[in-house]
Design a protein around this ligand. Sequence first.
Ligand SMILES: [Zn+2]
Ligand SMILES: [Zn+2]
Length: 263
Amino acid sequence: MIVEQIWTANAYRNFNYLIACAETGEALAIDPLDHKKCLATAKAKGWRITQILNTHEHSDHTGGNAAMVAATEAKVLAHANAKDKIAGMDRGLKAGDVIKIGKTAELEALDTPGHTMSHVCLLAHADRPALFCGDTLFNAGAGNCYNGGQPEALYETFVNQLARLPDSTRVYPGHEYLARNLEFTLDREPGNADAEGLLGEARHHDPAAAVVTTLAQEKRINTFLRLQNPTVIARLRQAFPDIGEAPDARTVFVRLRELRNRW
Ligand SMILES: [Zn+2]
Ligand SMILES: [Zn+2]
């Protein structure tokens, strides 16, 4: 399985992805908003895009579908419940569905509500697992919930699904927000050495050659995966005294999400 991360350089800082079978050259495009860049990359690599996969229904993820279908006749896949929200959907996905790409690449659909209620993440069980997580999990952050999402559902997705994946899982999000998210982590947990170390790099890195984190690393730098951390809880109590001395993880997550909305 070959993964190509495509930096769109747009205002929303979207990442698009191509996943290709090394044997047949068939490729799947994830959220190909910048259809021109995706098509040019596929052409340069000698790949044929046969499927488009939308992680969710927002237009910064689906906006390239029509042009991509016109150019390639690729099939459009997304969460089954997105069928009335995404034009021209060919296949509705449920948890556990397998998406084959050529002969050698395969993705498993995870049903991951929270950012929206019809959001899928894709898990590749390669030698090193990879997670394509749309607007659910970002590098050092979590998706917002104010365009059709629910923070409690996002919490469940984080705790019951994403945090349980292998630590070696590489994280491929739908947007590049690394530096800003690390700044939030450090605002919530001053002195987090891992976040400080990566922030210096993140402020200067070229998103076209972005840092790819692992889930193990996310557990060190992502506040939304550090819900039991005493500093995170103590700092949160300063903002929300009503949470008490021993808030449960769900409360910590939801209040962190609320703080991040206005941070
Ligand atoms: Zn979105
Ligand atoms: Zn987005």
